[in-house]
Design a protein. Sequence first.
Lengths: 112, 113
Amino acid sequence: DVKVTQSSRYLVKRTGEKVFLECVQDMDHENMFWYRQDPGLGLRLIYFSYDVKMKEKGDIPEGYSVSREKKERFSLILESASTNQTSMYLCASDREPNTEAFFGQGTRLTVV
Amino acid sequence: RKEVEQDPGPFNVPEGATVAFNCTYSNSASQSFFWYRQDCRKEPKLLMSVYSSGNEDGRFTAQLNRASQYISLLIRDSKLSDSATYLCVVNINSGGSNYKLTFGKGTLLTVNP
């Protein structure tokens, strides 16, 4: 059974903290994505990666960075968390453009 | 213009009804097209891919019109279990052979007994 695993389901962090969200996939997928989902705004792409050590900015990269040191792992980093980064974060992976993308269960991050 | 736009909804329909969702995309370089389904508090999951020739899976029919940059999803004989948010998804070329998976905001469907 294919799997994308996010390290935490729920996270509460303080303003200014550095936050790491981890995502691991076991399907040997080339492409990995980080989204945030907010009511009324849908899923918005933060960053994506099409290969190890490669990354591209999505539509809302400000305040975030990513790391992909190994093919199976894609980390999202909030350099200095702010309250407007309170959101549901979803990681996804796929093999090619015309194939199914698989999502992790999501991490609900609250920044206080 | 947003890259992927969907009917805002919400849609409330009785069991057995036929319901149609529409979606438009702005980038003519878009490569592939999908409908995903997201249940409440769950992650999105693929419902079906959308092909130029149109495709059907049971009660679900998806259509793509590249000339009009328009995608549709038709659900016939709605069931209570069809209640979910339906997401239009487009792969948009981001340069070279790379692409980004872009979602519409989603349309909430509630099927009532």
